[in-house]
Each structure stands twice: as C-alpha cells, then as structure tokens.
Design a protein around this ligand. Structure first.
Ligand SMILES: C[S@@+](CC[C@H](N)C(=O)[O-])C[C@H]1O[C@@H](n2cnc3c(N)ncnc32)[C@H](O)[C@@H]1O
Length: 244
C-alpha cells in the first residue's frame, strides 16, 4: 500500500531524525551520518562525533508527526475512536470530506482498502497532496471538489465529514453508503450537532451516539505524579450514525 525509502534515526537523547534522502550524508546536532552507513543494513550507526544512533524503518505514527499542517487537524484521540467504533479494516472503502491537512484521511488510508477525499480549497488540497506523497500512500483518490454538490462513490463502508455544514452533504453521504455503513461527523459546536441530527430525521441515517473524548496527560517524573497543568480542553463532538 505504501513504499518507504527513508529511515528514522533514534538518538539516546530521545531525539528522532527522519532521513528522507539516503543518497546524501545526514547532519544532526550530534554529528554527521555517512550515506554509506545510511544505505547499509546496520541497525546501529555512529556519527563522525562518535554518537550512536539506532536505525529504524519509520512507521505510520513516526511519519504522522512530519505532516505539514494547514487547517485545524483532527487529532489522534478522535481518530482512534472513529477507527475503534466503526471497525474499518483492509476491506473497507471510505469517503472523507473535507481533507483539511490530511490527518484523518491518512490515518484511514493506513488501515482501509481505499479512500476518496473531497477538499474544496486549492491550498488545502495541495497540503493534503504533499502529505500523501510524503507518506507514500497509493490507495487515496484526492478530489478538489465540493462535497455539498455530490459524492460519486457508491457502496461505501464509512463516510466521514469534518466540515462546517455536514447536513448539506447528508443526502450525498446517504446515497454513497452501503446499508449498515457508518457516517461519522466531527463538529466543534453543539448547535451544529443539533442541526445535523435534525437533518438525519428525514433520511435512512440513524444517529447512534454523540461523544466528546477528553484526553488528560500526566507528568510522571521522580516524585512528581500529577496531571499536566495545561490540557486541550475541547476538540470536537463525534456523532456516530449508520445507514439502516
Ligand atoms: C477542519 S478541516 C478538516 C481537517 C481534516 N479532517 C484533518 O484531519 O486534517 C475542514 C476542511 O473542509 C474543507 N471543506 C469545507 N467545505 C467543504 C466542501 N463543501 N467540500 C469539500 N471540502 C470542504 C475545508 O476547506 C477544510 O480544509
């Protein structure tokens, strides 16, 4: 599904370096790694300053942190809930709108068979395209189209809407989905959630639940064990629905 021609270097300081071009020496604050070492199959290599690095194949989550950011992305806690609740897998065909920065659609592409992504804004389209290229996925069809005007895909397992007025695309999502398919809508504001749920009442889309997921990080260091003082108070509400 994706090809990787790069490596991730791990240094004992916990710093990670993504090497995108193996044909050249790579410079770090801990010294330079030679291209010969980078191209070799060695698991441990040393810089010209004698610093040791572990060579890793970058995973999806390593590359995820390299994504170029444009519009507000959906963050991993919310993406994780979509993957868990809908149970999408290697057989699943998905539609996502709007593409934004690609955080959600790339995470879906990592587990699904194929995904079509609608993004109306040309600048955001370019960001998603760059992020697709960086990740190397080949199962994504990116469309610079207005999803409110229609969805051409059919027999879809999951439709995700992360855009301001999902009720305008509801009829298209309903047509695209197979019976039993999931529609997940991500909205920052409860008034939007209410408007979306009202709109579903005239359709075959049945809302199961609306959730907000709160993530709290903890500081665990020597004798300090407490929640971090700062946290992300709110991201968005996730509404899970199915075509039945
Ligand atoms: C909040 S961002 C989506 C973020 C994305 N889910 C991610 O994880 O990176 C919303 C995106 O929806 C796009 N959008 C808004 N209306 C749209 C429409 N009618 N059709 C397609 N895309 C639309 C915007 O241009 C914007 O990029």
């Amino acid at each position: 599904m994706r090809k990787i021609e790069r490596v991730l270097l791990h240094h004992k300081s916990k710093k990670l370096f993504l090497v995108k071009d193996l044909a050249d020496n790579f410079h770090t604050p801990f010294g330079t790694l030679s291209k010969a070492d980078l191209q070799s199959s060695k698991e441990k290599i040393k810089s010209d300053k004698g610093e040791l690095f572990t060579v890793l194949q970058p995973s999806f989550s390593d590359l995820y942190h390299q994504l170029q950011r444009g519009p507000q992305v959906m963050i991993q806690k919310d993406i994780g809930l979509i993957l868990a609740k809908t149970g999408v897998n290697q057989e699943s065909r998905v539609v996502d709108a709007g593409g934004g920065s690609g955080s959600l659609c790339l995470s879906l592409a990592n587990v699904c068979k194929e995904i079509s992504v609608y993004e109306i804004n040309p600048e955001h389209y370019d960001i998603v395209q760059k992020n697709i290229n960086m990740m190397g996925f080949t199962n994504i069809t990116l469309k610079q189209e207005n999803v409110y005007k229609g969805i051409s895909e059919t027999d879809i397992d999951l439709v995700t809407f992360d855009l301001p007025e999902p009720w305008l695309a509801l009829e298209h999502g309903e047509k695209a989905l197979k019976t039993g398919g999931w529609l997940v809508v991500y909205l920052p504001n409860l008034l939007q959630v209410k408007e979306f749920i009202e709109a579903t009442k005239k359709t075959k889309i049945y809302v199961l639940e609306t959730l907000e997921l709160i993530e709290r990080k903890w500081k665990i260091e020597d004798r300090i064990m407490r929640p971090e003082f700062e946290m992300l108070g709110h991201t968005g509400f996730l509404t899970f629905a199915r075509k039945l």
